[in-house]
Design a protein around this ligand. Structure first.
Ligand SMILES: Cc1cc2nc3c(=O)[nH]c(=O)nc-3n(C[C@H](O)[C@H](O)[C@H](O)COP(=O)(O)OP(=O)(O)OC[C@H]3O[C@@H](n4cnc5c(N)ncnc54)[C@H](O)[C@@H]3O)c2cc1C
Length: 111
């Protein structure tokens, strides 16, 4: 996915910046990125903004208690939601290495 984005000429990557301000009244017109390495302050004109966060399921609660897969998901038996501890089940994003979506999360709760 990252390589596809790099190859897309319509996408410009801006690294080492945090968004300090969002400008606009009823409609966004720009943001003010702050350079985390050089302290630079610039304005970037925009017509829209999407906020994306990492997909990082909160599994720390069960670290050391359940078995995990190498990619960091809770290990379940086959296609079930049974974990390595009898009576403890994993459903939703935490056992899913691939499709972390609302539909698959809800569906896994039925297994
Ligand atoms: C920005 C974003 C956009 C997305 N857009 C889509 C989309 O368009 N379509 C789609 O299908 N999916 C989308 N998803 C994915 C979807 O939201 C998840 O796959 C789904 O919510 C996973 O469900 P879940 O029940 O496993 O986890 P969650 O919905 O994250 O529920 C986990 C719950 O556990 C709670 N919790 C965590 N730790 C504790 C604790 N220690 N004690 C008590 N409670 C705790 C959390 O507060 C949370 O309410 C998006 C996800 C993100 C982040």
């Amino acid at each position: 996915m990252q390589n596809r984005a790099f190859d897309n000429p319509k996408i410009e990557f801006v690294f080492n910046k945090t968004v300090e301000r969002i400008y606009g009244h009823e409609k966004i017109v720009g943001v003010r990125p702050h350079g985390t390495l050089d302290g630079s302050e610039t304005n970037l004109d925009l017509e829209g903004r999407f906020i994306a966060i990492r997909i990082d399921p909160r599994t720390h609660l069960v670290h050391g208690k359940l078995d995990f897969n190498p990619e960091g998901t809770t290990a379940v038996q086959g296609r079930s939601s049974r974990t390595s501890v009898p009576g403890v089940f994993a459903a939703g994003d935490v056992p899913n290495p691939t499709y972390r979506q609302a539909g698959t999360a809800a569906g896994s709760g039925t297994l």
